[in-house]
Design a protein around this ligand. Sequence first.
Ligand SMILES: CC(=O)SCCNC(=O)CCNC(=O)[C@H](O)C(C)(C)COP(=O)(O)OP(=O)(O)OC[C@H]1O[C@@H](n2cnc3c(N)ncnc32)[C@H](O)[C@@H]1OP(=O)(O)O
Ligand SMILES: CC(C)C(=O)C(=O)O
Ligand SMILES: [Mg+2]
Length: 512
Amino acid sequence: MRKIDIFDTTLRDGEQSPGINLNTAEKIEIAKQLERLGVTVIEAGFPASSPGDFDAVHQIAKTVKNSIVTGLARAVKSDIDAVWEAVKVAEQPHVHTFIATSPIHMEYKLKKTPDQVIEQAVAAVKYAKEKFSLVEFSCEDGFRSDKEYLVRIINEVIKAGATTINVPDTVGYASPQEYGALFRFLRENCTGADNVKFSAHCHNDLGMAVANSIAAMENGADQIECTINGLGERAGNAALEEIAVALHIRNDIYPVETGITLKEIKRTSQLVSRLTGSVIQPNKAVVGKNAFAHESGIHQDGVLKHKETYEIISPALVGEGDVPLVLGKHSGRAAFRDRAETMGFELSDDKLNKAFEDFKKLADRKKEVTEEDLVTILTEQQISIEDVAVFELKSVQVQYGSAHIPTATVVVQTPAGQQEIFSGTGNGSVEAIFNTLEQIADEKVKILDYRVKSVGQGEDALGEAVINVEYKGYKYTGRDAAQDVLEASAKAYVNALNRHLIQASTRALAVN
Ligand SMILES: CC(=O)SCCNC(=O)CCNC(=O)[C@H](O)C(C)(C)COP(=O)(O)OP(=O)(O)OC[C@H]1O[C@@H](n2cnc3c(N)ncnc32)[C@H](O)[C@@H]1OP(=O)(O)O
Ligand SMILES: CC(C)C(=O)C(=O)O
Ligand SMILES: [Mg+2]
């Protein structure tokens, strides 16, 4: 199968992301992981740019054995010398030298004529070739360069000894058709093109870096330059993980081999994110937190019946562990039942439906329904007794103001199935609720203890209330949870009275 080399530039172009600054130890760790990942070339830095960068490239060249290590150099002798000093210890010393070839860069940045640029490029490649067996030459801003001029400069640097020709879309301006067509044109028109590798290097300014890289590959590029998590100057470079997985999954239309060990992708991405401090966007393809998370009921039902209904990449392929279905406001019964069973709950259909209703109400109000919330909701149903008619709190409303007497209004469905409204007052909101609910009891309810606590963390955590009462000579503990502590308190009170009804019915059964 045709081999496509993966040239990783996380440690060079990736480090050009604003805010990223890796020290030598961190770069070595990343380089070792890139080697495990199986990249062909590691661009470890720009040795002439600082002593720190020089040291990192040098240490990496000494450490890494299974990937080629290179460094970037302007088309000047001193930069090329710096790369040589840094990587000469490597088995296959490689240098990546470049000069801009677009009219705008040549005129305004380099302040050189096109002929002067060719002269400087040729001199640099010839000089590099005296030391290095592998010389990559990049036409910076290649995509915005004149095509005929590109052919001229490429022909000259091939003659001078370049082994790889990189044609970057430095500012991320290309479309896939245009970038692919450029590679086809260069392959067909450069003399000596068959003796060198062509390389693509795409930036993501218009979100097309991965598509452009693949278009180049389809049109003759042998190497793709990319970074982990798509890091890089401005909007970043083409994301290595997306390219490697796309070429693997769509092998039917891209019959190529990259040599990437796909199951190392997740670990590499996490390591780079941690060491660079660059957070991965949740919906990032392949490595984002949501890349394999199914949220909506119809998708979850499909995935539970047959994974491939909505999953084209298995998480295990890229070294990702099991990803539980996300339970949220869009989830359906199938996912809810699946999670309840996974958590070890065995509920009747009726109880499961009731728990599902509570879950849906909560999911409507909360950003994220946590595992603890689920345990609370499911436990409530597990411990409820189905056959005894009990009170059900339908709604609670409290009016509170520092200058007014707190007043509560509750709607309760009685064990006989009727809905009744009660209202009452108290010294505080909770007392107003309890005084009001006492009206559903046959006699005085003595409150022995009452506590509230939050389940989980954050301001939208569930509140759980526990109340100990003495009623008709017996002591009962009522408890319940809701997003609002006042509602949880009302439900806990009703739960305590219901426990009396349940116990009374159990006692009656025992007597009969
Ligand atoms: C598209 C890319 O990603 S290119 C790589 C970008 N990476 C970096 O720039 C690495 C970090 N850079 C640095 O540390 C510094 O810019 C250095 C050490 C490289 C150079 O620093 P300085 O000597 O102070 O130059 P400065 O950065 O101000 O300007 C760059 C000079 O290099 C010249 N230059 C730019 N590209 C090239 C090139 N490929 N070949 C030769 N000369 C070049 C510019 O024309 C400019 O020259 P001038 O000073 O005569 O006008
Ligand atoms: C140095 C070159 C290859 C580069 O990073 C670019 O043109 O984007
Ligand atoms: Mg770049």
